[in-house]
Design a protein. Structure first.
Length: 180
């Protein structure tokens, strides 16, 4: 894997997933670990996508955490964590999605969308049960990204900058007019 082709947030997510796997004495880094890591970024892109799709990121994170807890643990020292074949396929699919989006780096949305687009696996089933579909996730990601491409290692700061740094005066007026 070309670690230097991942955005800073994507790298942090994989490192966090590895830490989660280590804490649980898991030998393989699974999609379950990665999903928890993506959802632990409260101000991150993935929770924002889920909220905009009408899903509860905390509930999905709790469900993913339960999946992590159910994975087999190993004991003993000196065990190395490796990428499971499912997680490697997810990362490979994220690279393919980046090419499809004409992006130069793999970002958290590529990793998440690759998980959503999987046909099998516990994480794919969890996301389907939560009502996250490939088409809806893709549309929402494209909407939140806007015209931006991932051309550097810190693209997330560019997404939705208007929403982050401006006030929606129309929405504020609606709220105030409903006050008795």
């Amino acid at each position: 894997m070309q670690f230097d082709k991942l955005t800073t947030r994507a790298q942090e997510s994989l490192q966090s997933a590895q830490r989660i796997a280590t804490e649980h004495n898991h030998q393989a880094l699974e999609n379950e670990h990665l999903l928890v890591a993506l959802l632990d970024q409260d101000d991150g892109f993935v929770p924002s996508v889920l909220r905009s799709l009408g899903s509860d990121p905390k509930k999905i994170r709790d469900d993913a955490s339960a999946l992590v807890d159910s994975l087999p643990a190993v004991s003993g020292s000196g065990s190395q964590i490796y990428l499971s074949s499912e997680t490697k396929e997810t990362i490979d699919a994220a690279f393919d999605l980046a090419r499809e989006f004409h992006d130069e780096y793999i970002s958290v949305e590529h990793l998440f969308l690759a998980m959503v687009e999987r046909k099998k696996g516990h994480v794919a089933e969890l996301l389907k049960r939560a009502g996250i579909t490939k088409a809806a996730a893709r549309r929402q990601i494209e909407s939140l990204r806007g015209p931006h491409r991932v051309t550097d290692q810190d693209p997330e700061t560019k997404y939705q900058s208007l929403a982050k740094y401006a006030k929606d005066l129309t929405e504020l007026a609606r709220k105030e007019s409903s006050i008795p």
